[in-house]
Design a protein. Structure first.
Length: 83
């Protein structure tokens, strides 16, 4: 499984390694279902899903804390190497 660089600063109820572990487990389990879409996670809780990062950020704008917002690559999608 490969993921784009997550767009998030630290914060929220869960801290550090535990939060990261829950998010990466969720992404591994749900990659096939959400591949090709943007998601917002808080630990293992899906907060929003959309076709664009702008759509997902708008959906979580009132969320308390700072969720992980990331693009979920499809299983056979080439890795993004940067601009």
């Amino acid at each position: 499984m490969t993921l784009s660089t997550p767009l998030r600063k630290r914060g929220g109820a869960l801290k550090g390694a535990e939060r990261d572990r829950l998010e990466f487990e969720w992404l591994a389990i749900n990659q096939q279902k959400y591949g090709g879409r943007w998601v917002a996670l808080d630990g293992n809780t899906l907060l929003a899903v959309g076709d664009s990062v702008r759509e997902v950020y708008a959906a979580v704008s009132g969320h308390k804390g700072i969720p992980l917002v990331t693009y979920v690559e499809r299983e056979n999608e080439p890795n993004f190497a940067g601009w």
